[in-house]
Design a protein around this ligand. Structure first.
Ligand code: UDP
Length: 248
C-alpha cells in the first residue's frame, strides 16, 4: 500500500473502498489496527506537539479527512487519490460489519448520543450488531478509564469507534490500545456519532462539491475559529517544506 508523506505523517493513498478493505484485512487477520483521519489542523498540531504526532504515527491506517491534507499533498508533488472523511469511513465500516457479522462498540459524545447513533445505524444496517455504547465524558485515567476498557473487552466488540474529538481521541487510543484486547479495529472518528445520531448534519452536497465543508462547519459552529488559527500556520509549514524540497 502506497504511503504519501505530508509534513511527516504518512497517509495511505487509498480510496474509501480500499480503506475499508484495508481495515477489514486487520480484523480478519486478528491483528489490531488503529485508524486515524487527520485534517490540516491536526497536521499542524503534530508539528507543534510531539506527543500528538506520536499518537497519530502509531496508527496503522492514516486517512486524509479534509481538503487541507489533499492540497498539501498536491503542492508537495505527491497527490493523494481522494479525501476519505472519517464520517464516511465509519459508515462504510458499519455497513461492512453488518455484512460480515462483526460487532461494533461506540465510544464518545454527550449522554445519549452513542445510544441514538446505535439506533440510527441499526435501522440503516439491520444486521449490524452493536456490542455496546458509552458516552465520551469520563475520567481518562484511573478506575473509571479501566472500567470502560473492561466494558469494551467484555462486550467482545470486533470494532471500536472512538469519538472524543481530536487530538484527545488519538492520544487515548494510543495509550489504551494495549489494554483493549477485544477490538481488532480502533477507529478515531471525531464528531461522527453526532452525525450518525442526527444531532448535527454534514454540509449540504454543494458545499462538499465546492470543497467548502470546512466553511459550512465554521458557519454553524463559530467556536471552530479558535482551532482554525492553525490553518494559516499550516499553509506556511507546507510552503516551508516545499522550499526545503527545492533546495535539496
Ligand atoms: N467529546 C467527547 N468527550 C469530550 C469532548 C468531546 O466525547 O471530552 C465528543 C463531542 O461530544 C463530539 C466529539 O467529541 O461528539 C467532537 O466533535 P468535533 O466535531 O469537535 O470533532 P473533531 O473536529 O475534534 O474531530
Amino acid at each position: 500500500m502506497q504511503k504519501i508523506n505530508v509534513l511527516g505523517i504518512h497517509f495511505d493513498n487509498v480510496t474509501k473502498k480500499e480503506a475499508t478493505d484495508l481495515a477489514f484485512s486487520y480484523i480478519e487477520n486478528g491483528t489490531q489496527a488503529l485508524a486515524v483521519t487527520p485534517n490540516a489542523e491536526i497536521l499542524e498540531l503534530c508539528l507543534e506537539k510531539p506527543n500528538v504526532k506520536k499518537a497519530v504515527l502509531s496508527a496503522q491506517i492514516i486517512l486524509p479527512d479534509g481538503e487541507g491534507a489533499l492540497w498539501a499533498a498536491k503542492k508537495l508533488g505527491t497527490p493523494l487519490r481522494e479525501k476519505v472523511a472519517g464520517v464516511e469511513f465509519g459508515e462504510e465500516i458499519a455497513r461492512r460489519a453488518a455484512e460480515c457479522s462483526k460487532s461494533l462498540f461506540l465510544l464518545g459524545g454527550k449522554a445519549g448520543v452513542a445510544e441514538e447513533a446505535a439506533k440510527k445505524l441499526t435501522s440503516r444496517f439491520p444486521t449490524l450488531k452493536i456490542a455496546g455504547v458509552h458516552d465520551g465524558y469520563f475520567n481518562r485515567e484511573g478506575e473509571e478509564n479501566a472500567h470502560i476498557i473492561a466494558k469494551i473487552n467484555e462486550s467482545g466488540a470486533d470494532i471500536l469507534f472512538v469519538c472524543l474529538g481530536a487530538p484527545a481521541q488519538e492520544q487515548w487510543a494510543c495509550e489504551n490500545r494495549g489494554a483493549l484486547t477485544a477490538p481488532k479495529l480502533i477507529a478515531c472518528l471525531g464528531g461522527s456519532l453526532d452525525i450518525y445520531a442526527g444531532k448535527t448534519h454534514r454540509a449540504p452536497k454543494l458545499f462538499i462539491k465546492l470543497r467548502a465543508e470546512w466553511l459550512y462547519r465554521l458557519l454553524r459552529e463559530p467556536r471552530r475559529i479558535v482551532r482554525m488559527v492553525r490553518l494559516p500556520k499550516f499553509i506556511k509549514s507546507v510552503k516551508k517544506h516545499i522550499k526545503l524540497q527545492n533546495e535539496v
